[in-house]
Design a protein around this ligand. Structure first.
Ligand code: TYD
Ligand code: MG
Length: 463
């Protein structure tokens, strides 16, 4: 083994440096670098290696001879959690689950542990947040095997690793990263440096034991992963659990995934006995859509591998003062600015001086450019005070010349629209010919075409 190098770790941000500096090169704070015990991470590595990184050795081998390890994923079987992970949990990986307090993080992972346990897979649930009694009450609500899940109340990372060595779980949940502390770190307990050190120890343990480890992290109201943000590069995957407290549905998405796509999303519903997967998210997101009201249009974003339907709402009002207001949730603000400019210059209503509000219903975030056309339709509908047809969806990207451009996976989107009960889909005319999907297709070539279409008395079925 190579001789361990001296490291300096910042007590403020956890950033590392190979030499001492007066100012932390990562966060710029002064006098925060402290020498870290050089053996801090190798301590865990000392014992035998069941799988993972250790096996390679120092002698170079052609990649084709390298062991890839068995790609056997652990199926957690809780709603569509496995799909979001890219097909189940990967042995030896470290996953961070972030979310606001009370959103259901502990519930989700206890359900995953219970599901594995019911199939005879060894699991361990560690909490530094709640007592065994509190977790037991949650387990009783969930029913099934939840009460059988082995549990330890612990915050010290070495004690957690020790407990895990005893149980040898395939799935380990640590709730939460904020309560984790490590005797190896000299930094203040609860600080970022402690959290990072603790996570690093768990990562080493997961890799060498082949355990699939899930860390829970609380997210601040502003959406930042607070301390855990600095963990994002350390872990293999980051899952975010989101939702509005008042609504019972929750969105699970991933912002980083070494073993799958990052745009997958799953929808859950919090019930009286735990989280349930929602099998028809399109129906959910359109459920409360008002009929015959202007400023609403149906988009068909692709989230990961799957298209679904979403409602875009817009409201416009004459601007009163100098700078018009732009309040937008669910689409990037720059995208709205661009669409407003295109509308004004390419034959749509001029909204440059108007106050404009745009919202995507249900907490969805649309980053997919194929949702441009629906945003445009909602804006035109709001500006003209004319409702878009109730059973009509809009799919297309909008270019600066006002042209409606083709999009990826148009056919799959049209099929999902048909399945969810739409009678017609407005699509880019460049791609319209090839589409079959059991619904009426309305081709549009540009902004003018869209405005004309919306002015006509087109119904979803096109008659
Ligand atoms: P919890 O998993 O404790 O959230 P987190 O770990 O993210 O802080 O769950 C929080 C809420 O979920 C809590 O207000 C109670 C509610 N809940 C249910 O509605 N049904 C259930 O079956 C369970 C276990 C919790
Ligand atoms: Mg919790």
């Amino acid at each position: 083994m190579a001789s361990p190098r001296t490291r300096f770790v910042c007590t403020a941000c956890g950033g590392e440096s190979l030499r001492w500096e007066g100012r932390c090169p990562t966060c710029g704070e002064w006098n925060t670098l402290r020498q870290a015990p050089a053996s801090a991470r190798s301590g865990v590595r000392a014992s035998g290696s069941r799988s993972g990184l250790g096996s390679g050795g120092r002698t170079p081998v052609p990649l084709r001879e390298a062991e890839t390890g068995p790609e056997t994923r652990l199926a957690l079987e809780v709603g569509e959690l496995d799909r979001v992970l890219g097909g189940g949990a990967v042995p030896g990986s470290l996953v961070l689950l972030g979310g606001a307090p009370g959103i259901g993080k502990s519930t989700l992972l206890l359900q995953a542990a219970a599901s594995l346990r019911s199939r005879g897979v060894p699991v361990l649930y560690v909490s530094g947040e709640e007592s065994a009694g509190q977790v037991r009450m949650r387990a009783e609500r969930l029913g099934g095997s939840a009460s059988e899940v082995p549990f330890v109340a612990e915050t010290d990372v070495d004690a957690i690793v020790e407990a895990a060595r005893e149980v040898e779980p395939a799935f380990l949940c640590v709730d939460s990263i904020q309560t984790l502390r490590s005797a190896r770190s000299e930094a203040a307990p609860g600080g970022i440096a402690q959290v990072r050190e603790g996570a690093a120890v768990l990562q080493t343990f997961s890799k060498e034991s082949g355990t699939s480890t899930f860390l829970i992290g609380h997210v601040t109201k502003q959406g930042g992963l607070a301390g855990p943000r600095t963990l994002e590069h350390l872990v293999d995957a980051v899952l975010l659990f989101e939702g509005q407290k008042t609504l019972e549905h929750r969105l699970l998405r991933t912002t980083k995934n070494r073993f799958g796509g990052t745009d997958e999303m799953a929808v859950f519903r919090m019930t009286g006995s735990g989280l349930e997967g929602v099998s028809d998210p399109s129906g959910l997101f359109l459920a409360d859509r008002p009929e015959g009201v202007s400023g609403s249009a149906v988009a068909v974003p692709v989230q990961g591998s799957r298209p679904l339907l979403a409602e875009v709402q817009a409201l416009t009002a004459p601007g009163r003062y100098g700078t018009p207001q732009r309040v937008v949730t669910g689409i990037p603000p720059r995208r709205l600015s661009l669409l407003l400019a295109v509308l004004g210059r390419r034959g749509g209503p001029a909204l440059g001086d108007a106050d404009v509000f745009v919202n995507v219903v249900g907490g969805l975030r649309l980053a997919d450019p194929a949702t441009d056309l629906a945003v445009l339709a909602a804006l035109v509908s709001a500006a003209t005070d004319r409702a878009t047809p109730g059973r009509l969806a809009f799919v297309g990207e909008v270019g600066l010349a006002g042209e409606i451009r083709g999009v990826a996976r148009l056919e799959a989107r049209v099929r999902e629209a048909a399945r969810a009960g739409m009678q017609g889909v407005v699509v880019p005319s460049v791609a319209a010919g090839a589409i079959e999907g059991g619904v009426r297709i309305h081709p549009v070539a540009d902004v003018r075409g869209l405005v004309r279409l919306l002015a006509r008395d087109v119904r979803g079925d096109g008659r």
